[in-house]
Design a protein around this ligand. Structure first.
Ligand code: ATP
Ligand code: MG
Length: 225
């Protein structure tokens, strides 16, 4: 049965710019069904990252609502949302944002520790994810001791370590060479199947976009028709 995981209704995002306002989202609706893989494309400045951040509660819409399984997230406190994201949402960005002073394993276990899991359980979960990423042999490496593709795979392990329901990725392969980008792209779909994930990915890479069963195109803060 298909059930709606995330619904965005009438989302606008506007920034005051001197005397005027810049409208980055102009009344967007979108429904993401549990288990689907959705790609969002559109030219630079169209509002893709802003929409992803709004869907993922990293940013609040100026107007409009974001529902997760029918619950209105725009009414929740920042503290509740941080807890909710830690538990239910994973994020991967163009840059890995790993912490340089921590090993791959320590980076991957960070969300578990933040979420209050014991050190032993956090280690066990992170080790399992690193194994799934083919990185067991790199667990003790610091980010500077990893290749670009490996760094991004650690970032993916960290995003998935708490078994989130949805994985958001913003240009996740934009920083990699073609070979590594293709590997990571395929990994996303493998992980989706293995972990029963919902995937929402923003990319400029049309080859990557073509691998998705559903592609949504944005233009100037709205869906392009
Ligand atoms: N804090 C802010 N204040 C003012 N304008 C902003 C702010 N954040 C984003 N913008 C503007 O909003 C527009 C949409 O930005 P967004 O990052 O969502 O675009 P994008 O579609 O992800 O583009 P890209 O493909 O280049 O990443 C841009 O024109 C940007 O300059
Ligand atoms: Mg962007």
């Amino acid at each position: 049965m298909n059930s709606t995981l995330i619904s965005v209704r009438g989302a606008t995002k506007a920034y005051p710019m001197g005397a005027s306002r810049l409208e980055v989202l102009r009344g967007i609706d979108v429904d993401i069904t549990a288990g689907e893989a959705v790609c969002i494309v559109g030219s630079s400045g169209a509002g893709k990252s802003t929409l992803l951040h709004v869907m993922g509660t990293l940013d609040k819409p100026t107007l409009g609502k974001v529902f997760f399984k029918g619950v209105d997230l725009t009414r929740e406190s920042d503290e509740k949302l941080a807890e909710f994201r830690n538990r239910s949402m994973g994020f991967v960005f163009q840059f890995h944002h790993l912490m340089a002073e921590f090993t791959a394993l320590e980076n991957a276990m960070m969300p578990c520790r933040i979420g209050g899991l014991s050190l032993a359980e956090s280690k066990e979960k992170a080790a399992r994810l690193l194994e799934l990423m083919g990185l067991s042999a790199r667990a003790a490496h610091y980010p500077s001791e990893l290749s670009g593709g490996e760094q991004q795979r650690v970032a993916i392990a960290r995003a998935l370590v708490r078994d989130p329901e949805v994985l958001f990725a913003d240009e996740p392969t934009g920083n990699l060479d073609t070979v590594n980008a293709a590997k990571i792209q395929d990994l996303f779909f493998e992980l989706k199947e293995k972990l029963n994930l919902t995937l929402v990915v923003v990319t400029h890479d049309l080859g990557f976009a073509q691998k998705f069963p559903k592609v949504l195109r944005m233009r100037d803060g709205l869906w392009a028709t």
